[in-house]
Design a protein. Sequence first.
Length: 74
Amino acid sequence: MPIFSYLVYPEQDKKQQLITDLTREPFCEIKVAENQEVLILITDTPDEETNKSLQDRIQNLDSLQSLSMTFGHK
């Protein structure tokens, strides 16, 4: 089961929308920084195909500015 963690940066003034968008995605856990415009995203998917599909959906969110992987384990 692939597990990844990311630093996630929202588009300008879209932090709350990004939180909402990511919360709707399965296999995602979000931690919100209280004093910065950054989120920590942890994904835990059952297989590589599901992981790839999830990454594609996340990267296409309008509220997302940048997604930087900090850890990956397959």
